[in-house]
Design a protein around this ligand. Sequence first.
Ligand code: ADP
Length: 189
Amino acid sequence: MLNLVLFGPPGAGKGTQSDLLKKHFDLVHISTGDVFRSLDPSSDLAKLAKSYADKGNLVPDKITIEILESEVQKHSDINGVIYDGFPRTTDQATALDEFLAKKDTSVTLMLSLVVPEEELTQRLLERAKVSGRADDADPEIIQTRIENYNKSTAPVAGFYNQQGKLIEVNGVGSIDDIFNRLKEAIDAR
Ligand code: ADP
């Protein structure tokens, strides 16, 4: 199985590149952000997730790990998965390793999209015009997301680096150029 963790700060292009990678390598794409946003808005779980996400904070690990595992279990007989926006803490990364080990598989690679902070804010404000996402529209909330990324999520790259699985990819350029960089990294594994 090809299990790819697509990593990078908010606005790095994980969703865009996941769509292309999913088609090219015939993978299932799981974005925890999309899963949270697609929950029935009247459910307690949706309200709880939204109370964190709208402020730019991470949803607690226990809830996120449960949601991720139940999403993976919906699929069987697949080539692999792109994990987009998960794991976002080292505890989530440990949980993913244990979960995949039980399924006799493991993370193949972490591909980390590297984009400078000034460009991230610009991209998210631009996306807000079409995404309708409260967490994209406000520069202060974007700042909180970037700070949470630097504090809680960036260390996850070290977790996979220790396993020799981290590959950094330049996330600046055209969508096609970035896709080709990712594809080369995966083909060279
Ligand atoms: P982006 O990558 O653009 O920040 P996402 O759509 O991946 O946005 O996530 C939106 C929000 O959903 C996050 O800010 C966070 O509140 C919540 N979320 C998504 N994935 C996770 C995760 N793995 N752990 C905790 N919270 C998460």
